[in-house]
Design a protein around this ligand. Sequence first.
Ligand code: SAM
Length: 326
Amino acid sequence: MSPLTDGFGRSFPYLRLSLTEACNFRCTYCLPDGYQADGRPQFLAVDEIRRLVRAFATLGMHKIRLTGGEPSLRRDLDEIIATVAAVPGVRKVGLTTNGTLLPRRLPGWHRAGLTALNISMDSLDRGRFLAITGHDRLPEIQEGIEMAAELGLESVKLNAVLLRGLNDDELPQWMAFLRTRAVSVRFIELMRTGDNEAYFKQHHLRAEHITDQLTAAGWHERPRRADAGPAREYTHPDHRGSVGIIAPYSKDFCRGCNRLRVTARGDLRLCLFGDFGIALRPLLQSDDDHDALLARITTQLGLKAAGHGLHQGQTGLTPHLASIGG
Ligand code: SAM
């Protein structure tokens, strides 16, 4: 059994590491007023990241996703990717990004060892994209998606948060998009966070809105592998691309949880909506603390709860996803 197994038999081969809380977008559901710096300590440095990833890889983690905030705002991102990719045991290095810097920086990230890319794209319509994110950047993001395909990254996924009244009628356009492109579009149900209660009430829409249309159009849910994460994947013989559904309010969602998170300041978070963090940073200052770090991670994993409390409106410590790493 992997040392990263919790009291409910779930194991955690997957780490999401936030590199920064800063973001250059103002997505209406996340940071509508933009990122406000708070003067607290700096985000993890490359050496701290190396020690952290080495510890998780020693415990059986083999897939890491770098996220934020907007991770591409880190000037040392190439170095971070190369550092993480060089840790023995790490097989996949992913990045979740809003995609604005892809045309300029993707070749460097790819050379550094990036294998997987998740790009957020809430609408295929330029005006709607601007209204949701506060930035008219859809053309460069689309250029970046084509570039990722040309570079041959192992996996390219697009994230679209499903928003009632704002982008909930675009499935036909997405299906046309997926006919020729070997990418997966993930429709994510809007999650309630500490800061977005009124927005959530107005715009949350259940994922059945999409799955019912997919089924009617001849898409089929792919059988799930035992180690699959929480997404449900749909395919269609006439389409190269696929559709993933992430429905955090669905029954049994947390049963498929396979990931742990570490914030940009080095706190281990056992759940996206948990109400405590476990400080790992004091043990990231010296290679000599490796064993103590392993012990802290494995002991604390015992505190992971069976599921989140979102149904009861409990959003835990998370004011918005940029603060923890979405
Ligand atoms: N800045 C990067 C990006 O745009 O992908 C990474 C961080 S962002 C927090 C990660 C993902 O979380 C994005 O796809 C974003 O749309 C999604 N997200 C943010 N807030 C959300 C919420 N309340 N519910 C569902 N998804 C959310």
